[in-house]
Write a protein of this length. Structure first.
Length: 244
């Protein structure tokens, strides 16, 4: 029993040492980049303070970067980075294929969902044409509708005129009768991803300093990248100075 326990502990120790050696090799041979941190989540852990960070690359939108790929949870994602005038790096595009000849970081998609937006042009029975920021579902048919509009002129919902016997525009909404002339639909995918650079340990008592600095956008992460884009978070720069 003791022998089995000793072997299990030894295996875990060897695994831990191999991970440390792997990360140290990336730090020794990899490309050094700086990323501005965006959020802070401190957790007390033993005698240190565990800090969870996020970056501009943590939440990406396909529309903003002109990306056509679709993603799902657990997909590998590659974010191409560009160096700014202040020395930090920012995302310029992302995709499922590893980039060539450029700086990039590799991560894993945690979640992905689609935001639906669009505009709907309505021709009222009076002849007036109005455009609303409203997503017209693809399955919805053409025809005459009752459009329920609030005081600010925003289209809240609609229903066919044939349903007016049992539906109405409640809550002080105005009724507008008309037909849909044109619809423009837009789908934008939000990608939430992690890159193995979200966790960092700071000395006890320094967590609040980091928190205040991030609130003022004064914290930069020092990251090293392997050739295949795997990142290692080495340190934090707080108000111009590295911790430690």
């Amino acid at each position: 029993m003791r022998i089995r326990l000793s072997i299990a502990v030894l295996i875990q120790l060897l695994l831990l040492l191999s991970i440390i050696a792997y990360k140290q090799d990336i730090i020794a041979t990899g490309q050094r980049i700086l990323l501005v941190t965006r959020m802070f989540d401190p957790r007390d852990l033993l005698k240190g303070e565990y800090v969870r960070l996020s970056y501009d690359i943590s939440a990406l939108k396909t529309d903003k970067f002109g990306v056509k790929d679709t993603f799902k949870a657990r997909d590998t994602i590659y974010v191409t980075l560009s160096k700014n005038a202040d020395g930090t790096f920012s995302p310029v595009t992302f995709g499922k294929t590893e980039p060539k000849g450029t700086t990039f970081i590799r991560g894993t998609v945690i979640s992905a969902y689609t935001n639906y937006t669009g505009t709907t042009t309505v021709k009222e029975d009076s002849g007036l044409t109005r455009e609303f920021d409203y997503y017209w579902q693809p399955y919805q048919k053409e025809g005459r509708y009752v459009f329920c509009v609030n005081k600010e002129g925003r289209l809240m919902f609609h229903f066919p005129v044939s349903n007016e016997k049992w539906r109405t525009c409640e809550g002080g909404l105005d009724k507008v009768y008309g037909t849909v002339e044109k619809t423009i639909r837009h789908e934008d995918m939000q990608i939430n991803a992690e890159f193995g650079i979200e966790k960092f340990f700071v000395e006890e008592g320094k967590g609040r300093t980091v928190q205040y600095a991030i609130s003022g956008q004064g914290v930069v992460a020092v990251i090293y990248l392997s050739k295949d884009g795997r990142g290692v978070l080495k340190n934090l720069i707080v108000n111009g100075k590295e911790l430690g």
